[in-house]
Design a protein around this ligand. Structure first.
Ligand code: ARG
Length: 586
């Protein structure tokens, strides 16, 4: 299906015919589109290995290569092979893509994949630190889905640690009359939460500051956490309220952002597995005692730096973050049948995941056929290159970042006179989509592991590599279609190009399989982000050059409309995979 694959096969064949390794036949998109469409650089290493002259070898390959889609082959420089494909082949393949773009993207052997992203802690408001995991995780999930895998996203709430005990103790001091603190009470407890989310947001920082300063408070919080984890009814009921009000608020912000989780699991989800898992680890001799704690030695002889032991249980008997992640792997395999788990979590947790994954392997929880992968992300920085802060020095809240982006998008639209004359509700809706596209594209255009500078002025511009530029292009494609159908014109078969912009657009469209493969393989949506920009830019050049609706040649016009159609649909699926929605008009 893919041109690159077919050309690589043909050139591999040619190398084999000269008694050389077929792998040298690998073809790539040309770095110099002015000289060639594709190129094969294998003659250089092949000549090196065979102690032959690279240029002569390249000539020999060019002389024997056989492919119905190759139009011309020439040798350049020290032995690069430049390749041009026939216009017939380009048109035929663009036409296949026009009829159905799924085969170009589909994988063989779909897998069950869990993407773990979000990771917010209960009782804390979503802030800038949650932006990247949300945007990248959602996109990774959608990319895997686009190619045909069975994927679920799990928010994996931080809901089982010490902060829960701190909240309980703080609230117990403030409102001792509440029924949850009576040790002998077994319920039922009130169904209404004793605190609102605003109260929770106020309680949490106070409680955690106190725990840091006051040893007695810290000890009480620790004891309350243990009691909660062992199922004390009043605490469990109260904790459910904390979790409930907090989740409702988080859900709202994630909804605003267009980020949706199939699973709202958390650290607590696997609580009932812990005892049995730990007993098995001990019985199998995988976990052993160290200083009163229970640990798994996960170091390896070939480690280049020290990997500390993996903590299963602390000296005081409590389980911890590490334990819960290990049990979660077991749970995802047993209850979801997961083949692949991808964690879109801050780079700074890479040691943690290295330990968890090693522990899971060593314990036999994840066999060799299960893929565990930390797809780490970098930070969002301010203009000073340091993690973004508000003027007061706090972490900006996610909802404020969204509001700012949408407001800025609205101003930009007004400057450009966009969406003028549309009803106010629609304009607000468009500004929302433009603002979100700006925010998401500003993030996704960077490789996930890099940090980037948060610059709403740049992100919301309608020029350059931005979300608004892409949406403007997509809307233009839609309006060409509306206009065409108003005139009774329809898209038709794509025929061989007669101009460069037309040919270039076909070449660009036909790159999509490799782009998506790369994004999936590296869990790196930036490959798709980069490509959609190139695609829209290529489309815009085509649109400038080819006056579609006034074209008199009927077959040509239908073919051009066909190119608009395939570009529009492909762009739509790829933007959707980035989590970016397109307005109807603007
Ligand atoms: N709640 C964690 C934190 O705030 C992030 C969770 C990431 N996911 C995971 N499976 N550990 O640091």
């Amino acid at each position: 299906m893919s041109i690159i694959t077919d050309l690589s096969d043909a050139f591999g064949e040619a190398f084999a015919a000269l008694d050389l390794d077929r792998a040298f036949g690998e073809v790539v998109v040309s770095q110099r589109p002015d000289l060639a469409q594709y190129q094969c650089n294998g003659a250089l290493p092949a000549a090196n290995a065979a102690r032959r002259n690279p240029r002569e070898l390249a000539e020999a390959v060019a002389a024997v290569v056989e492919s119905p889609i190759v139009d011309a082959v020439s040798v350049a420089g020290p032995g690069f092979i430049n390749i041009m494909v026939t216009d017939e082949a380009l048109a035929a393949r663009a036409e296949l893509l026009r009829r159905d773009d799924r085969p170009a993207l589909a994988v063989e052997g779909p897998k069950k994949i869990v993407v773990d992203y979000g990771g917010p802690n209960v009782a804390k408001e979503l802030h800038v630190g949650h932006l990247r995991p949300a945007i990248i995780g959602e996109s990774v999930k959608r990319l895997f889905r686009l190619v045909g895998h069975d994927v679920v996203g799990d928010v994996h709430l931080g809901d089982w640690g010490l902060p829960m005990g701190q909240l309980i103790v703080e609230l117990a001091e403030r409102r001792p009359d509440l029924p949850y603190f009576d040790e002998s009470a077994s319920g039922p407890f009130p169904s209404e939460s004793p605190v609102t989310v605003e109260e929770l947001n106020e309680l949490y920082p106070v409680a955690s500051a106190r725990a840091a300063e006051d040893p007695a408070f810290a000890e009480a919080a620790r004891a309350a956490t243990v009691a909660l984890q062992s199922g004390r009814p009043g605490y469990v009921a109260l904790w459910q309220h904390f979790r409930g009000v907090s989740v409702a608020a988080m859900r709202h912000v994630y909804d605003e952002l267009g980020v949706h989780f199939e699973l709202w699991h958390g650290e607590s989800t696997i609580a009932s597995r812990l005892d049995a898992m730990i007993a098995r680890l001990e019985a199998a001799g995988v976990a052993g005692e160290s200083d009163g704690a229970l640990v798994i030695d996960v170091a390896r002889d070939d480690d280049t730096f020290e990997i500390p032991p993996f903590m299963v249980r602390k000296r005081d008997g409590a389980t911890l973050y590490t334990t819960w992640d290990l049990a979660t792997i077991e749970d995802r395999i047993e209850t979801l049948g997961a083949d692949v788990m991808i964690y879109v979590v801050d780079n700074r947790q890479s040691l943690h995941f290295e330990q968890v994954f090693r522990a899971a392997r060593r314990a036999g929880i994840a066999g060799p056929d299960v893929d565990l992968d930390h797809a780490g992300n970098g930070t969002v920085n301010g203009p000073d290159g340091k993690p973004l802060k508000t003027r007061e020095g706090n972490l900006p809240l996610l909802r404020d970042l969204i509001t700012d982006a949408v407001e800025r998008a609205r101003q930009r639209m007004d400057e450009r006179d966009l969406a003028r004359g549309l009803p106010e509700a629609e304009r607000a809706g468009i500004a929302r989509l433009v603002g979100l596209a700006a925010l998401k594209y500003g993030d996704l255009q960077n490789h996930r592991v890099s940090d980037y500078v948060f610059d709403l002025d740049r992100f919301t511009s309608f020029d350059g590599r931005t979300g608004p530029y892409l949406l403007y292009g997509a809307v233009r494609m839609q309006s060409i279609f509306r206009e065409a159908s108003a005139r009774g014109l329809e898209e038709g078969e794509i025929i061989p190009a007669k101009s460069d912009p037309e040919r270039d657009l076909m070449l660009m469209l036909l790159r999509v399989p490799e782009v998506v493969d790369r994004a999936v393989a590296f869990r790196a949506p930036n490959h798709v982000a980069e490509y959609v920009y190139e695609l829209v830019a290529s489309f815009n050049r085509f649109y400038e050059a080819c006056h579609i609706l006034s074209e008199q040649d009927e077959a040509r016009r239908a073919s051009w409309l066909g190119l608009v159609g395939v570009t529009r649909r492909l762009l739509g699926s790829l933007l959707d995979a980035l989590g970016i929605d397109i307005p109807e008009r603007m």
